[in-house]
Design a protein around this ligand. Structure first.
Ligand SMILES: NC(=O)c1ccc[n+]([C@@H]2O[C@H](COP(=O)([O-])OP(=O)(O)OC[C@H]3O[C@@H](n4cnc5c(N)ncnc54)[C@H](OP(=O)(O)O)[C@@H]3O)[C@@H](O)[C@H]2O)c1
Length: 303
């Protein structure tokens, strides 16, 4: 089978390039293994998650290169992406670049990044979304649940997952918050509390927000798993979200309280019938692989 042949070939190459730090041999836990030289290539390096990856990666032993944003290079430009990735000679490519309202960036950009990653013989960690699910159920969603997006953005992220090769790791995550500067989730809540916007927050849409520091640490750990030839790296979908399921309204209230605003200033209302409702990711598979704790928003925002 062609896939198996490619996998064996890659494994052989990884073995040849691997070296182990003292006391961290191939029989230790996968997350305890580290390669001496690791090169990471990040798309969306100037974005919210990308910037946090850039901040944390050097301390985790990675050399980092990447594409900051579309002004530097459009991820849909296959030839340019191929050249940039080849030039960086990465071990792992983390693909975070996306646009909420542009399916071509999400799908064609991912196709170009996946092709460049394969050509460089690197491993792909692709960032995906909890919105690949419709949110019509009532229990937490595992990687075995069938994705069926109900928003154009969710559809584009599912299509992006499907243009990735089977050996790619597809990190499905939820609302990201908690960086050094307020991100979009925080801005929505703070602007509403400050009267800058008149946004209402859904009282019936459950998500599992994740602190950007936890997500970046998790992604870096997952990226490093590929360096241990004794343990094949995880592939396919992996849910990596925060421990607490909160409505958008509850989440916005926590953000306001954390930033010294009055949570009572926020307006809550039900989402429309077409909105996903119950998008609670079960991240137990990721938790079993990771050392970093995927904290809930109640804990993070109360700190
Ligand atoms: N944010 C969330 O709450 C959330 C929730 C679930 C999943 N995710 C997933 O997590 C990932 C990272 O999200 P994020 O919040 O870090 O995103 P972000 O802050 O919006 O950053 C996106 C990055 O992509 C770059 N980009 C956009 N279009 C591009 C193009 N055509 N060519 C090159 N670069 C381009 C942007 O740069 P420029 O703007 O400078 O072009 C920016 O650096 C995404 O894949 C997203 O789907 C996010």
């Amino acid at each position: 089978m062609a896939g198996a042949h490619v996998g064996q070939h890659r494994a052989a190459r990884r073995r040849a390039r691997s070296c182990w730090l003292p006391g961290r041999g191939p029989h230790s836990r996968p997350s305890d293994t580290v390669r001496a030289v690791k090169r990471l290539f990040v798309t969306g390096l100037g974005g919210y998650l990308g910037a946090e990856l850039g901040r944390q990666a050097p301390a985790a032993g990675w050399e980092v290169a990447g594409i900051a944003g579309s002004a530097q290079l459009d991820v849909r430009d296959g030839a340019a992406v191929l050249a940039a990735v080849a030039d960086a000679r990465p071990d792992v490519v983390v693909h975070t670049a996306y646009r909420m309202n542009d399916a071509s960036v999400n799908v064609e950009g991912t196709r170009a990044v996946a092709a460049a990653t394969a050509a460089a013989g690197a491993r792909l960690v692709h960032l995906s979304s909890d919105l690949v699910f419709p949110g019509t159920g009532t229990r937490a969603l595992t990687e075995d649940d069938e994705p069926r997006p109900v928003t154009p953005y969710g559809a584009s992220k599912l299509e992006a997952e499907r243009v990735c090769p089977p050996e790619a790791l597809l990190v499905r995550t939820s609302l990201i918050y908690g960086g050094p500067e307020p991100g979009p989730q925080e801005r929505f809540a703070l602007d509403a509390a400050d009267g800058v916007s008149d946004m209402a927050f859904f009282t019936d849409e459950l998500r599992c927000p994740i602190a950007v520091a936890d997500l970046a640490a998790a992604v870096l750990e997952l990226a490093a798993l590929g360096s241990d030839p004794a343990h094949p790296p995880p592939a396919g979908p992996l849910h990596v979200a925060g421990a607490d399921a909160l409505t958008r309204y509850e989440f916005a209230q926590l953000i306001c309280a954390r930033h010294g605003r009055d949570p009572a200033a926020l307006r809550g209302e039900p989402g429309g019938p077409d909105r996903p409702k119950h998008i609670v990711l079960d991240s137990s598979r990721a938790r079993a692989l990771l050392r970093v704790r995927l904290r809930g928003a109640r804990e993070v925002l109360a700190a």
